[in-house]
Design a protein around this ligand. Structure first.
Ligand SMILES: [Zn+2]
Ligand SMILES: [Zn+2]
Length: 139
């Protein structure tokens, strides 16, 4: 399934064309999720039915504990985004560990469009915020 992620705030494209693979599809290999490695090549993405984060306290779900969710290579969206000024959301030791709260904003309208992690103990990943972004399928 191919398409483009868009900002719901202003409608502009956040990515180029992305070929999405569903992790429910048994033919799709599960991503390795290696530290400092992109979750997938540029131009690709996963639709995951397992959340990237889980809290052990059901009353306090982790920020990225929702599904389905998309897992993208940050390189695909970084040009259309800018970093939040909320420092606690960009903390990391040599990159952005991202505590799960959105840290990338749409460059045009500043809507919070998702969470990026790029630290040495995280894969390189971008997870769009489902309430502020939409995936529009290419025909
Ligand atoms: Zn926007
Ligand atoms: Zn680090």
């Amino acid at each position: 399934m191919k398409g483009v992620f868009h900002c719901k705030g202003c409608g502009s494209a956040l990515s180029g064309e992305i070929a999405l693979q569903s992790l429910k599809d048994p033919a799709v290999q599960q991503p390795a999720m290696l530290d400092q490695q992109p979750v997938c090549p540029i131009g690709m993405g996963y639709k995951s039915y397992e959340p990237f984060q889980r809290s052990f306290d059901p009353a306090n779900p982790a920020p990225l504990e929702f599904s389905p969710q998309y897992w993208l290579n940050p390189e695909d969206v970084i040009e259309a985004c800018r970093m939040t000024k909320k420092h606690e959301r960009t903390i990391g030791c040599c990159g952005i560990s991202g505590n799960g709260a959105p840290n990338l904003l749409c460059r045009k309208c500043r809507t919070e469009v998702g969470t990026m992690q790029t630290d040495c103990f995280t894969p390189l990943i971008f997870i769009p915020d489902p309430s502020n972004t939409e995936f529009r399928k290419a025909d």
